[in-house]
Ligand binder design. Structure first.
Ligand code: HEM
Length: 458
């Protein structure tokens, strides 16, 4: 027996667009979850979206026999630059299958270990910068982590240096990408008839796409002109063959995926690193335990690739950070056929479902009444493994889950260890409380720190 899905009051034509915060949409989705519970329905300029907010519902829609990825409307707009790249491709796109089969093995945990030295090379850049600047300098960790992660993805995956730490302010690629993502999000909430009238905004958008594509062309052309036998992702994209069909990717597909890796591969990890610092600074006991673990297991010697498995508390901190601050706060899905969620909530075939990962990660049925508190202990001693299915899903699900998860994981582990070994941290403004910035991803906004080089290293 179908039960209507609750829905807030709406206005004609625009539907619920006006009740969604334009700066940080996830605030509104979260607030609505508090009012309407685990499921509610919105109408965004004529198209219906069902929002799900509980572990039980996320588990149900993670059944790949019944549901498939449908990019959210904001992600769909990202396709204006990334085309049919891995991230933005719809369901059955043949180029997605081709690229996925070629690249999957290269991004396994085993292969990511081979990138360890290159990652350390990059992590050293912000470490040296913060050491040079000293304790009085106001640091924007989000900006420096964005530089780190952009440099890491280009260097480790493409053997290309953006030299992000050697430009004044924000790197032109990172700036163009951030503006492009903000406008992609805005477009998703804007009536179609208004878009052509926004000439200045549209031409800036096109300009940002061109700026990003210029870097992609440069990465591609440099490799074409200077071939190497390095087994990096770029070589695989350009020369790898599909193990199933023997087919190779076209130049268009390669470039779309290069841009995809640049977009998907750095904002998210930089958000994660910034959230880690924020939560550790707000929770001194967790910071103390983590430092103790790093001091005991590694001390002041140089970290090796084998150390990454010896730090359970660090893993718990990373998991708990991604729970409260999932950089990708939502993902989109749709049923292959008419569906009744929980046997009662009707969703039509192809009807869009917004999986509110941010809200699922706060589901009180799973995480308890203190769900908003940062407690890495929730993730220790078998408790993570004992969680109900899909209670923690920051990297997406199934075949369309994040292909860069081992990369992001190792990059974050190295970064946090290097930082813990060398610095103690303080908030620039001790009264700061988390505010979010949302583009396609979320991260702490206006969060500044100071770093004090350690004199008590073991
Ligand atoms: C897909 C999260 C880092 C490349 C995804 C998805 C999520 C996600 C949630 C699925 C999106 C959807 O269903 O619409 C994250 C988080 C990261 C991270 C939280 C860091 C903490 C990375 C890195 C790379 C990367 C470092 C590249 C090396 C991709 C790609 C896809 C993807 C290419 C599309 C996969 C496909 O559909 O085949 N990521 N990601 N991500 N991610 Fe990540």
């Amino acid at each position: 027996m179908a039960t209507p899905i609750p829905s807030p009051p709406s206005v004609p034509f625009l539907g619920h667009v006006t009740i969604i915060d334009r700066e940080v949409a996830i605030y509104s989705y979260n607030l609505l979850a508090k009012q309407y519970g685990e499921i509610y329905q919105l109408s965004m300029m004529g198209s219906k979206v069902v929002v799900i907010c509980s572990q039980e519902l996320l588990h149900e829609v993670s059944d790949e026999k019944r549901f498939r990825k449908v990019p959210s409307s904001a992600l769909d707009q990202v396709g204006n630059a990334a085309g049919e790249g891995l991230f933005t491709a719809h369901g059955d796109n043949p180029n997605w299958h081709l690229t996925h089969r070629i690249l999957m093995p290269a991004l396994s945990t085993m292969n990511t270990r081979n990138m360890f030295d290159d990652m350390v090379d990059i992590v050293n850049q912000p470490v040296q910068k913060w050491e040079r600047f000293g304790p009085r300098y106001k640091i924007d960790p989000s900006q420096d982590f964005t530089a780190l992660t952009l440099e890491a993805i280009t260097f480790c995956a493409m053997s290309y240096r953006m030299n992000t730490f050697y430009v004044e302010g924000v790197h032109p690629f990172a700036r163009a990408m951030a503006d492009f993502l903000v406008e992609s999000g805005n477009r998703a909430l804007r009536p179609g008839i208004v878009q052509p009238l926004m000439r200045a905004t549209n031409s800036k958008y096109e300009e940002n796409i061109k700026t990003m594509q210029k870097y992609v062309d440069d990465v591609y052309n440099q490799r074409k002109e200077n071939p190497t036998d390095k087994k990096d992702i770029l070589n695989l994209m350009m020369y790898g063959k599909d193990p199933k069909t023997g087919e190779r990717s076209s130049e268009k597909t390669i470039k779309e995926n290069l841009l995809t890796f640049l977009i998907a591969g750095h904002e998210t990890t930089s958000g994660m690193l910034t959230f880690i610092l924020y939560y550790l600074l707000k929770n001194p006991e967790a910071m103390r335990k983590l430092r103790e673990e790093v001091d005991t297991m590694i001390g002041s010697r140089t970290m090796t690739v084998d150390d990454v498995h010896k730090l359970p508390y660090l893993i718990a901190v990373m998991r708990e950070t991604l729970r409260l601050g999932p950089p990708a706060p939502a993902r989109g899905t749709a049923p292959f056929e008419d569906a009744l969620l929980k046997g009662k909530y009707p969703v039509a075939k192809d009807g869009r479902i917004y999986c509110g990962i941010y809200m699922v990660h706060r589901d009180p049925k799973v995480w308890g009444e203190d769900a908003e508190e940062f407690r890495p202990e929730r993730m220790l001693d078998g408790r993570f493994e004992a969680l109900p299915p899909e209670a923690w899903q920051p990297f997406g699900f199934g075949v369309r889950a994040c292909i860069g998860r081992p990369f992001a994981w190792q990059e974050a582990q190295i970064t946090v260890v290097y930082l813990m070994q060398r610095f103690t941290f303080v908030m620039h403004d001790p009264s700061y409380d988390l505010q979010l910035k949302q583009t396609l991803t979320i991260k702490p906004h206006e969060f500044f720190i100071r770093t004090i080089p350690r004199t008590d290293r073991p």
